[in-house]
Design a protein around this ligand. Structure first.
Ligand code: FNR
Length: 369
């Protein structure tokens, strides 16, 4: 474990941080991770205990697994959690209460999967998929382009979910605008061929996200944090680039910022990789520089090289992460897979108990550790 920092080196991760009125105990965030433990879309006591365990052991902010907004094509609700309907919302209220009792903060990640990657893969077997132009991520025509009326209903569904999150006692929301799902499908030229106000150049393709953010803002008022997650990559296409230059990133982020985002979550697979040539800043770093908003970084924190694909031994250590945080490149650090297997990871890092860290094991995806 030579790549882990000494206790004092990790100190910067344990400084408090505020997003408007929301106070976080430290800089560690649980990354949103789908688990599929919510029968009929309802998160139960086991899900509440799973998130509360992370809060109790030092994760300052939890972003829940993607939870489906109220649209029949949002995704399959067999085991993925819903974020609508009395039973699911009561389950989520219980999750938020449990996390608060454990001393943590929590935001649901609001999700609509949109079109599948391939024509045959419907996200919900009972419902035809929807997307800006009805195109799969591979570019096949699968369904009709979304009608304006359905787009408006979807925007309203994001607003309703935001209102429900606030009413259920959550501390904010995160809109899932990353990884090639519905909101992201509007961002991409290949999946958004619309010629109305929801399509066109990169800025015009942000329109759907902008309207969803505004609907959420109208629903929650000025003091409830709205987070927005985005990525360059989509689904299994890790080489995809939504933007190629800092100027394009600025064109993309400015409408989202102006619509009311309080917190950006720049999803990358390896936090140490520079985003553009000529600077060591990662995507989160560029996002903070451009927007001036609080930003979360993510990607292979604390993972062994076996999982990161890193070529050199020290890139997956967290020493470099702490240096970047201290330099102000980003404000918060999301941890994904490491927290699947080790709910006590933050506490152990804080205490310098690196010999007690549990490695990530893919088997743990089959249960709620
Ligand atoms: C994810 N990820 C993810 N991202 C997201 O925005 N919404 C989601 O629901 C999920 N679901 C999900 C499930 C599982 C099992 C994994 C492993 C990942 C991506 C996740 O939030 C994170 O960005 C990546 O895992 C990278 O972080 P780590 O794992 O390298 O720390």
């Amino acid at each position: 474990m030579s790549n882990q920092p000494k206790t004092n080196q990790a100190e910067a991760l344990f400084q408090p941080f505020s997003i408007g009125p929301l106070q976080l105990a430290n800089r560690l965030v649980m990354a949103p991770m789908t688990r599929g433990f919510s029968p009929q879309g309802v998160p139960g006591e086991d899900v509440a205990a799973y998130y509360a365990r992370r809060a109790r052991h030092g994760t300052g902010l939890i972003i829940t697994e993607g939870t489906l907004i109220n649209d029949p094509a949002a995704g399959s609700g067999a085991t993925l959690p819903s974020f609508y309907g009395e039973a699911a919302l009561a389950g989520w209220r219980n999750v938020a209460r449990a996390v608060h009792e454990a001393g943590g903060r929590i935001m649901p990640q609001l999700w609509h999967v949109g079109m599948a990657r391939k024509a045959g893969d419907s996200p919900n077997p009972e419902e035809p998929p929807v997307g800006p132009s009805g195109l799969s991520l591979d570019g096949e025509q699968v369904t009709e382009p979304l009608s304006t009326a359905r787009i408006e209903a979807l925007i309203e569904a994001y607003g309703q979910a935001a209102a429900d999150a606030k009413a259920a006692g959550f501390d904010g929301i995160e809109l899932h605008g990353a990884h090639g799902y519905l909101i992201d499908q509007f961002f991409w030229e290949k999946t958004n061929r619309r010629t109305d106000e929801y399509g066109g150049d990169l800025v015009k393709r942000t329109r759907f996200a902008v309207e969803a953010i505004k609907a959420a803002r109208r629903a929650v008022g000025p003091d409830f944090p709205i987070g927005f997650r985005f990525s360059q990559w989509k689904m299994s296409d890790y080489e995809a680039k939504l933007v190629n230059t800092p100027a394009e990133l600025e064109a993309f982020l400015t409408p989202l910022t102006e619509a009311g985002v309080d917190l950006f979550h720049a999803s990358t697979r390896r936090y140490w990789e520079p985003e553009f040539e000529g600077s060591s800043l990662n995507l989160a770093g560029w996002t903070k520089k451009i927007t001036g908003k609080p930003v979360i970084t993510v990607g292979s924190v604390g993972l062994d090289a076996e999982f990161t694909g890193a070529r050199t031994a020290d890139t997956s250590g967290i020493g470099g992460l702490v240096d970047r945080l201290e330099a102000g490149e980003f404000d918060l650090v999301a941890i994904g897979r490491v927290l699947i297997s080790d709910p006590e990871w933050p506490e152990k890092i804080r205490r310098g108990e690196t010999d007690r860290l549990l490695p990530y094991r893919a088997e743990d995806l089959g249960r709620l550790v």
